[in-house]
Design a protein around this ligand. Structure first.
Ligand code: ZN
Length: 175
């Protein structure tokens, strides 16, 4: 049975580490971690979660966009494990959009991200995938990829005036 993992928060040094490449995708450790991350992100109403957020410094994350209480307008997709992910190319255009992070509870920020990216990653079955991602899903990918490099979304805001508390975000932005 997959188990819920504790999500570590800003200040924990693991969130600032460079995560290590995954060499054995089929290992029990990695396969169990993927199952546990999927139940953990779902329970937390997240749309993505990276291994370092549960204290595991491995280059893998889950993208699990779906509408929920924290992101009512998110598109639906199957939770997808992306291992050793990287960006192959990106559009010039950057767009600002609201983000939050399970490791930074209570804060939202407007973060500039590439609107479209071409990405590559290994799936949980060990197969290589190349894909083009746009808009919200591209945003999730870039947010999670940053976690693998020790970067969090508040590092990316242009101004501290682009930050809000969750309560004001719900009141002003979601309405
Ligand atoms: Zn995050």
């Amino acid at each position: 049975m997959p188990e819920l993992l504790e999500v570590i928060e800003l200040g924990n040094p693991v969130l600032r580490q460079q995560a290590q490449p995954v060499h054995d995708v089929q290992s029990a450790h990695i396969q169990t971690l993927i199952d546990d991350l999927i139940v953990t992100v779902k329970q937390a109403n997240g749309v993505g979660i990276a291994a370092p957020q549960v204290g595991q410094s491995d280059r893998l994350f889950i993208v699990a966009s779906r509408p929920n209480l924290r992101y009512p307008n998110a598109p639906s997709m199957e939770p997808t494990a992306m291992i050793n992910p990287r960006i192959l190319a990106h559009a010039d255009k950057m767009v600002k959009g609201w983000e939050g992070c399970l490791s930074i509870p209570g804060i939202r920020g407007q973060v500039p991200r590439y609107q479209a990216i071409a990405v590559e990653y290994t799936g949980r079955d060990g197969k290589q995938h190349q894909q083009e991602l746009t808009d919200f899903v591209a945003r999730i990918f870039q947010h999670e990829l940053d976690h693998l490099d020790g970067i969090v979304f508040v590092d990316r805001v242009e101004s501290t005036h682009d930050l809000m508390t969750e309560r004001e975000y719900q009141r002003i932005v979601v309405g």
